[in-house]
Every structure is written in C-alpha cells, then in structure tokens.
Design a binder for this molecule. Structure first.
Ligand code: 5RP
Length: 225
C-alpha cells in the first residue's frame, strides 16, 4: 500500500545535492524526507549542512547522523523541505499543525528553493477549513484571544495530553477557526497587528515547488517560480 506522505517526502529528498545547506521541516511528511536524507548521508556519503525547524526534527536528524548547524553558521539555505496543513490553488499555505510555525517561517524566509510536500488531502481551493495556528506570548494571552476573536474567528487555546501546549519557543498557540480565508494576505496583516501575536501560520507566495503524493502511488510535482 502506498503512503502518499512517504512518496512525497522521499521525492523531495532527491533535490538535495552535495554541499547544500538544507532546512528540515517538521511533521509526519517531513519525517520521510529527513529519513531519506539520512539514508543518503549514510549510503552515498551525501554532505549537507542542516537547520531544523523544531527540536523534534533536530533530534531525528541527529539520530540519523545528519549534521545540524546554527544560525551563527548558516545565514541562507539552498533548499528547505517542509509539510503543510493546507495548500490552496494559489499555493498559499496554512502551517503550524505541529506547532513549529515560527521556526518554520524563519527558515522559509532564508531559503532559496522552498519545497512543500503534502498528501493529496492537503490540497484545497480556499484555505480555512484547517484551524489557523497563531503563536502568541503567554503574557495576557486572554486579551490576544479576544482581539483575534474580533477579527471574525473562533480561537481555541491548543492543548496536548490535557495540558496547554507550549511551543519550542515557550509560547502558546491559538487555533483560529475562520471557516474560509478569502484574503490570506490581509488576514495575515490584521493578525500581525494584534499585540501578543508572535507569528501566524499563513505562508503566502513562498512555495517554489509543491510535491503532492497520491494514494494511488502517483506523484505530482509543480514548479511555481
Ligand atoms: C508543523 C507543520 C507541519 O508541516 C504540518 O502540520 C503538516 O504536518 P504533517 O506532515 O504531519 O501532516 O506545519 O508545524
């Protein structure tokens, strides 16, 4: 049986070349890309310098002997491979289902070739069915919550294992149900204007290549810009 996440992740790992600086994404699709890069490091002696978008991916990379660097050592990335929660017809994204949106966005914006990998269920006409993750500081989060509500959504403080979820950066996440996001750019600007917001899980006009894995085992590769 085909795993669409696995075929997309493994396909993306083919884009990595010797000597590249690579951003490693987070989540169950990025997992397969990292595994494949690890395999290439082991079997082909592939040489890469990597930055990870979460502690979890950093740990996985270290277990696979993929060299991890810091922002003191790497200022620009040749390629980043990351997953997404939704991809719309203009290749705008919702990310942050795994809670790593802030690090993912910092890494996305220093990347020359940004590759998004997804299974077919992530492709939508309009963003918004997936609740938009917004990372907020803990201080006064109830006020930030109210301000976000006033933008027309139903926010929910994220929990994990019956405890409030805390990001790798020590913040909270408010998952905001907007039902339909017709203008992601305006919404991003409006959310960023709310005090207490650290980052919003909208990734706009950023994708260079989209790789979608299908249940029938086929792969779609779209070059965007
Ligand atoms: C983590 C993310 C992930 O890329 C996104 O949630 C997709 O995850 P998965 O590949 O497990 O479906 O944005 O913050």
């Amino acid at each position: 049986m085909n795993n669409p996440k696995q075929i997309a992740g493994e396909k993306a790992a083919e884009y990595i070349e010797n000597g590249m600086c690579v951003g490693l994404g987070t989540g169950s699709t990025a997992y397969f890309a990292i595994q494949k890069i690890g395999q290439r490091v082991k079997e082909e002696g592939l040489q890469v310098k990597c930055l990870a978008t979460s502690k979890e991916s950093e740990q996985l990379a270290k277990e696979l002997n993929i060299p991890i660097y810091t922002f003191d050592e790497i200022k620009e990335l040749d390629v980043t491979i990351d997953g997404a929660d939704e991809v719309d017809k203009n290749y705008n994204l919702i990310k942050g289902g795994g809670g790593a949106l802030l690090r993912e966005k910092i890494i996305a914006y220093i990347t020359k070739h940004y590759i998004i990998i997804a299974d077919e269920s992530k492709v939508v006409d309009t963003l918004g069915k997936f609740h938009l993750p917004v990372e907020v500081v803990q201080f006064g989060w109830q006020i930030t919550f109210s301000h976000l509500q006033q933008l027309g959504c139903i926010p929910k403080l994220r929990e994990k294992n019956n405890e409030v979820f805390i990001t790798d950066n020590g913040n909270y996440i408010l998952d905001c149900d907007f039902t339909e996001i017709k203008n992601p750019k305006t919404l991003q600007a409006n959310i960023h204007a709310v005090p207490g917001v650290v980052e919003v899980g909208l990734f706009i006009e950023r994708v260079n290549t989209l790789i979608v894995g299908h249940k029938d085992g086929s792969i779609e590769v779209k070059s965007i810009k």
